[in-house]
Design a protein around this ligand. Structure first.
Ligand code: ADP
Length: 457
């Protein structure tokens, strides 16, 4: 069901319920209080009769005579003794003589319906001439009140119907007023041409605050999508560019071998070596691309673990020492600090920094692990070419290289440090870098110290 129809239906039903309930309340309270008023008047008349009868008795006139002279416009007066016998009966209609409410020594009022006619009655105790207690009952036909009720009933029914119809129509107008700006906004949002170009839509000043918020959220989302798309495109362009050089080299050597391979054996070796080197580089590059994409969309649903730093650094260093054929010394001042990170992330981070230290230096590499108050640091120091100070901020940017020619020779992709940055962000690790040209570079990983269960004092 449409939102507009829903609002219209719900509000109309709610207002209809309120109108019906309030009209019922009006009808029944009016009926109750008007009948009560009529009974009150009847009680007054009863009291007057009783006073008149007492005065008449004092003057020696019988109470029965007083009653004979009492007249009702439309009703019935009777005097009952304790056995229920009627001592006096005066009725304006023959049929009223059938009215028969019980004898009582205490005063009461009642509403009686007889032959589809409505009466109010009062019963009052009277001390008769012989000292016996009788009951004076006065009935009054209240057809005039019921006629009023009937009129009131129809007035309320008709006014309720008119009111509900009016509310329904007004509701439709109001709902249209509320819904149409939303519809307009949705139409603007759905404009495929705009969506395709990630275009933002202008905020309509006359719109309600909620709609302005919705427009802002839509615009934010569009900007985010655009940034994401630009990012992806830039990545694809850079990646294609990176792959283009090895592919050009491979294709040139392949053409050369095609033409001269069978006749010139000296070119054969050169060509095969070049093709093999470039495919190794392409393999490395695609691995880096995959690694970058994996880290960008990393699965943070995996659990972090407490990892013993010294043990891990030593094992990574020992493995890489063999590959690099270079000495990597691990220096630590504390027995066994632990860090709380995602599995594999720390190892990948160490590999990136050690790999760079190897690529951009020719001397041994030092890794220093320290435990300071509230933090644990791992510093990877090389004594190589260094990085110019004004480029220290840029080296973490995707595909950024300080010296393109040298990096190509050393086999870099320009992605290592951007992967490291993402890994560090995902694991709550800070990275600091200090470098002096021709003296060397130190990358420091800073972890917040984790207090493990049982270690807290
Ligand atoms: P690459 O794969 O090219 O090494 P990185 O993202 O790892 O890409 O590094 C970006 C650039 O930062 C490198 O190309 C290099 O110029 C510079 N760099 C990184 N680490 C070092 C280091 N230890 N010494 C000198 N330069 C470095």
């Amino acid at each position: 069901m449409k939102l507009g129809t829903k609002i219209q239906l719900y509000t109309t039903v709610m207002i209809a319920i309120v109108v019906i309930l309030s009209n019922l309340l009006i009808y029944f309270s009016y009926k109750h209080y008007s009948l009560e008023a009529e009974m009150g008047q009847l009680e007054n008349r009863g009291s007057n009769i009783i006073t008149e009868m007492q005065q008449a008795q004092e003057s020696g006139i019988s109470g029965e005579t007083v009653l004979q002279y009492f007249s009702l416009s439309d009703g019935y007066v009777t005097m009952l003794n304790s056995q229920g016998d009627h001592l006096v009966r005066i009725a304006t209609e023959e049929s009223y003589l059938e009215l028969n409410q019980p004898y009582s020594t205490s005063q009461y009022t009642d509403e009686v319906t007889y032959n589809k006619e409505h009466f109010v009655m009062v019963s009052m105790p009277v001390i008769w001439e012989n000292g016996a207690v009788h009951s004076l009952q006065i009935y009054e036909n209240v057809y005039f009140l019921y006629e009023t009720y009937n009129i009131l009933k129809w007035i309320l029914v008709i006014s309720s119907i008119i009111l509900i119809v009016l509310v329904f129509i007004l509701n439709q107008l109001i709902t249209n007023l509320i819904i149409s700006p939303i519809k307009r906004l949705v139409r603007r949002m759905n404009d495929t041409e705009n969506v395709r170009r990630y275009k933002t839509i202008p905020v309509n000043k006359s719109d309600a605050a909620e709609l302005k918020m919705l427009t802002d959220s839509y615009n934010d989302m569009m900007l985010m999508l655009k940034a994401h798309d630009d990012n992806q495109q830039a990545f694809i362009m850079n990646a294609s560019h990176e792959l283009k050089t090895p592919l050009t080299v491979i294709s040139s050597y392949a053409k050369m071998l095609e033409r001269f391979g069978k006749t010139r054996e000296d070119l054969l070796d050169e060509g095969i070596t070049a093709i093999s080197e470039e495919t190794t580089r392409m393999k490395y590059l695609t691995e880096q691309f995959l690694s970058f994409t994996k880290v960008t969309h990393s699965d943070t649903s995996a659990d972090k673990e407490h990892i013993p730093v010294v043990q891990l650094v030593k094992s990574v260093a020992a493995r890489l020492e063999k590959v690099f054929k270079r000495n990597i010394s691990v220096i630590s001042d504390d027995a066994n600090p632990h860090v709380y990170v995602y599995p594999d992330a720390l190892e990948q981070l160490l590999r990136i920094f050690l790999d760079n230290a190897y690529k951009y230096s020719e001397k041994d590499i030092d890794v220093t692990i320290k435990k300071d108050t509230g933090k644990i640091t791992i510093a990877i120091q090389d004594y190589g070419i260094g990085i110019p100070n004004d480029e220290l901020d840029d080296i973490f940017t995707r595909f950024y290289r300080v010296d393109k020619a040298r990096t190509r020779k050393s086999g870099g992709s320009g992605l290592g440090l951007s992967i490291a940055k993402l890994l560090a962000e995902n694991n709550d690790i800070d990275i600091e870098v200090k470098s002096v040209i021709k003296e060397g570079t130190t990358f420091t990983l800073i972890f917040k110290e984790e207090v493990r269960d049982g270690e807290a004092e």
